[in-house]
Design a protein around this ligand. Structure first.
Ligand SMILES: Nc1ncnc2c1ncn2[C@@H]1O[C@H](COP(=O)(O)OP(=O)(O)O)[C@@H](O)[C@H]1O
Ligand SMILES: N[C@@H](CCOP(=O)(O)O)C(=O)O
Length: 322
């Protein structure tokens, strides 16, 4: 669960008075999520999500995230729309945190996506990439390869408590990844965290994408690699080739991958697994435990790293390489 900040009713009513959204009827903290605090609000007009930005979100990046959502929504990518305050701004402050109100999206995220869902996510990701090509703002990836080592250095001294030998294994992987990281692939805005909990479905159709708070400028195929990791592995951490094939076919039906992107897929998938393993390991070891703090298992991503390390050809992900 992730509700890092409590809000008193009076404080919230005062905050809501800054918007033209009617009277506050009820609100409750949302247990799901990892990075920010979210509340579901019902007002006399509609339902909204109030997000209080916590760790890993810089206030100076909020115009980028919220502007991107507006841009994508205008171009037909269903995502929440930030609500404007009476003074025309989109960013307010509540309980000492920067905060925004966004529209509520119908739908549910899937605990057990099927290959059909994976195909739909591939299509949605490629549409997002194309729709964002003319978004005028930019933001560097704050969790790019250059940022991995500092994160690792904080977790490394305790890494072997998670699994004996982990420190040496990750150290070696990190060195190899930093040395072989591709640099000249097509770039654009990437979501950078399009996990199943950030994609809503209604009756097998994608009904919306949420959580753009890692979005940034990066190599587009890095996003493809992130989704392969997030959508195409089973609970036992085996790779599901049918799901991988469906996801990649869905993506390529909208935006065909270039040869260089295909060739880079194993190293990108390994790098993306490293990125998520590192933030998870850092939080696992460094964040205090608490009933409302969600920690995710770093070993799930170590196992993915091990899988990608032994990939001999991108065709093993379900791609045609002819
Ligand atoms: N626009 C939205 N419409 C409906 N539910 C939302 C919306 N935004 C967030 N949520 C709910 O809040 C949860 C956490 O949101 P998320 O943005 O993923 O948080 P975090 O950034 O902390 O991971 C989601 O799983 C979903 O249940
Ligand atoms: N997807 C990341 C954690 C970020 O959580 P989210 O709730 O914002 O998707 C992970 O699984 O490590």
């Amino acid at each position: 669960m992730a509700v890092y900040t409590d809000i008193a009713e009076e404080e919230l009513s005062e905050f809501i008075a800054g918007y033209d959204v009617g009277e506050l009827l009820s609100y409750k903290g949302i247990a799901e999520g990892t990075e920010n605090t979210n509340y579901l609000l019902h007002t006399s007009q509609a339902s909204f999500i109030l997000t209080l930005y916590e760790r890993r979100v810089e206030e100076s990046d909020l115009p980028f995230f919220l502007g991107l959502m507006q841009h994508l929504a205008k171009k037909g990518v269903t995502c929440p729309l930030p609500v404007q305050r009476r003074d025309g701004s989109m960013i307010g402050r509540v309980a000492g945190r920067p905060a925004a109100l966004i529209t509520f999206l119908e739908g549910m995220w899937l605990r057990r996506p099927s290959p059909r869902h994976c195909r739909a996510v591939g299509e949605a990701l490629a549409r997002l990439h194309l729709a964002a090509l003319d978004f005028p703002q930019s933001r560097a990836n704050a969790l790019a390869p250059a940022d991995w080592r500092p994160l690792w250095e904080k977790a490394k001294p305790q890494a072997d408590t998670v699994e004996p030998g982990l420190a040496a294994e990750v150290e070696k992987d990190l060195g190899e990844l930093l040395e072989n990281w591709p640099r000249d692939l097509p770039e654009g805005i990437v979501h950078a965290d399009l996990f199943p909990d950030n994609v809503f479905f209604l009756e097998d159709e994608v009904s919306g994408l949420i959580d753009f708070y890692f979005a940034c400028h990066d190599q587009l195929a890095y996003d493809v690699a992130t989704c392969l990791n997030a959508w195409c592995f089973e609970k036992d951490l085996s790779y599901n080739l049918t799901k991988g094939t469906a996801f990649l076919a869905g993506y390529q039906s909208v935006r065909p991958l270039e040869r260089a992107e295909i060739d880079a897929l194993p190293v990108l998938a390994r790098g993306s697994a490293m990125r998520f393993m590192l933030t998870r390991l850092h939080d696992w070891l460094v964040l205090p435990d608490g009933p409302l703090i969600k920690k995710r298992d770093p070993m799930e991503y170590i196992r993915r790293l091990r899988f990608h390390r032994q990939i001999a050809s991108p065709s093993e992900y379900g791609l045609e390489t002819a």
